[in-house]
Design a protein around this ligand. Sequence first.
Ligand SMILES: [Zn+2]
Ligand SMILES: [Zn+2]
Length: 389
Amino acid sequence: MTNRRNFLKQMTLLGAAAVTPVSLALGQNESPAEQAEQSDGLFTVPRGEILRNKSPRKITIPDVEEFRILKGDFHIHTIFSDGFVMPKDRITEAVDNGLDVIAITDHIEYRPHVGGNGFKLLEKNDDHNMAYNIAKPEAEKQNLILVRGTEITKSVMPPGHFNALFLEDVNPVAVAVENWKTMLAVAAGQGGFVHWNHPGWVAPGSGGLRSGEMMRFTQEHEDVFKKGHLHGIEVFNGSSYYPVVSEWCEDRNLALIANSDVHSSEWNMYGHQNPLRPMTLILAKERTYDAVREAFFANRTVVLAAGMIIGRPEWVEKLFKACVEVTGKPGLLELKNKSDIPCFVQAGGTVRELAAQARLSLYRSHTIKKLTVCNWLTGMNKPLEIAVG
Ligand SMILES: [Zn+2]
Ligand SMILES: [Zn+2]
């Protein structure tokens, strides 16, 4: 008769062979069986890095013309505003997720862990560059491009929230806190790129956009856009998609952005290496900070979020042609996806999945002269259409 303790102990010993590499990696001399004998506890807990899949996510996307496709997230919070993660850990999370570039964008106006009651990180902090400065050496070590940024956070909509990216110094933006238009002007004056965040965000009871109201590009936003202080808009934030933003950006030549706006850990928000996690794809001349910035101001961004591609027609079409080889004859199309981006395609018949790195034969009537890519969007409700001979 085996009691529960002995049963568990036997199971530990049975598992010994499987956990041998773990003990070696931990630098322990005893065999797992010996450990189990010596230890009063029945189980040892390997360090997290041993359990974690140590291979960073690899996201294969072929070059488009002379441009490399870099993957970025430009809206990330840390414990220096209302996030729950240290700046250095954001670097590790980003590398694990296959990103090339991130911006840490802590709120200027909302920092519950500074001063006040409850959990306090700091009594006082006038230095809004601190999260960036802590993360920067880690970013260099792990070869991640780090962009200095911040979130300008007004409690009514309009104007709502903005991210200012590629700043030289966040503090002068914070000094202008009383006037959001001045904040944007200071950011733009530093050569910063400003994008409007989660434009569907509602501020109940604060006199702005309320729940159930239509999203709108307001006169306030028009004013700052005309001054050259607004350069892009989030078409996707967290798990929210704002289709109309494609039209706003098309009409005003603004860049489309997708970000996580992650406050908790990446694992808590999306799980491990979630392929649906939002990111901005940057068509960059090279993998450098300057090249990312140049691409942003040239509107060479395409969004990959929730399994969708969203962008300007020009870049979406070029990206598709770089990713998917289409050959065909009357009655049949042969498709080969060389990328990790999934496609849902249709040539007159039912929608078929062309998975990452997969091939697909698609039958079509001879009268069908176009291939529709249902999850690649060139505008609001506008799936990509590719002419086929
Ligand atoms: Zn926000
Ligand atoms: Zn945010």
